[in-house]
Design a protein around this ligand. Sequence first.
Ligand code: 56B
Length: 323
Amino acid sequence: MARSTDLITRVRESAAFVSGVASDVHVNPEEAWQAAHGISSQQLEHLTSPRAFDSETHFTDNGPLTILYLLCVDSINFCFWPQRGLEYEHLARGLKEALLRDQHTLDADRLAYITGSQLQELLSLPSPMPEQDKRASLLRELGQQLLTCFNGQPEKLIARAEGSAVRLVDLIVEHFPGFRDCTVYRGREVWFLKRAQIFVGDVWGAFQGEGLGRFDDISQLTMFADYRVPVVLRQMGILVYSSQLAQKVDAREELAAGSEAEIEIRACTIEAVEVLKRALQERSSRDGCPVPHNVQLDWFLWERGERERDTAPPHHRTRTTFY
Ligand SMILES: Nc1nc2c(c(CN[C@H]3C=C[C@H](O)[C@@H]3O)cn2[C@@H]2O[C@H](COP(=O)(O)O)[C@@H](O)[C@H]2O)c(=O)[nH]1
């Protein structure tokens, strides 16, 4: 019987397909090659060394509760830009502090009934978040499915993946429909799975690749197609927008979710990091430099995007629950 293609492979194939035919975005391989040779070996050493999850922002008890915490964070880790000043860190820190106040606050049987206003209170936010009710419904789905499929125990989800990041991404999308980040481009189904993959990357990072965070195939994750990394890749000259698209993005005009332009930005962002990774592998075959996993390249690019977000050009603006 033909083995059904795992979803991460579909993400890679989607990125290759779209970037091959895209009208408004393309990847510049020469700039990717330059960038790969511009990263110092010290930076690559740092990038590829185990990195502790910063406990100032994140909950890190390094037990099953961390898995539940990360499932909650990555269920609602999207679309902060409509509210000036709201960032990912407010979400991560807010959920951490809620757990420190009451370690049962995110238990599946409580998540299953959470409302938008209860979420706002839990996060101690002065005003409602964008898509707040949608975020609450995603947490209710998380709670209900954890109860139905995993006896309310998130570590059972991790155990069922049997040490495979690829398998865990498939399990997440199978059991939690809110993570099903896919759409249609010119008649073909295309996959991105940003929040499903970032959850796996976060578990791997939180446990530094050991115990509950041990994945033998972590190298299979693609980068996470958000709205911050495309800005960095564009500044590096690796991602190039048509003048029409550049004008729209720079004017902060919204791109509809599922529009060709939005899909081309996301797919070419994934492809750009694949090209960057291959350039680093080629360099390593000559000078022996360490080669980061995509999740490590992603963090490198995302953290640069975070540092420069106030001076960088505008990111693209799409209202979505996927990133
Ligand atoms: N590609 C990628 N996108 C990521 C993350 C993160 C945070 N994760 C790391 C942070 C600490 C731990 O090390 C986690 O691993 C958030 N985002 C996305 O950025 C977007 C902008 O958000 P902001 O600038 O706040 O508005 C939003 O779509 C958000 O979903 C990442 O790592 N990679």
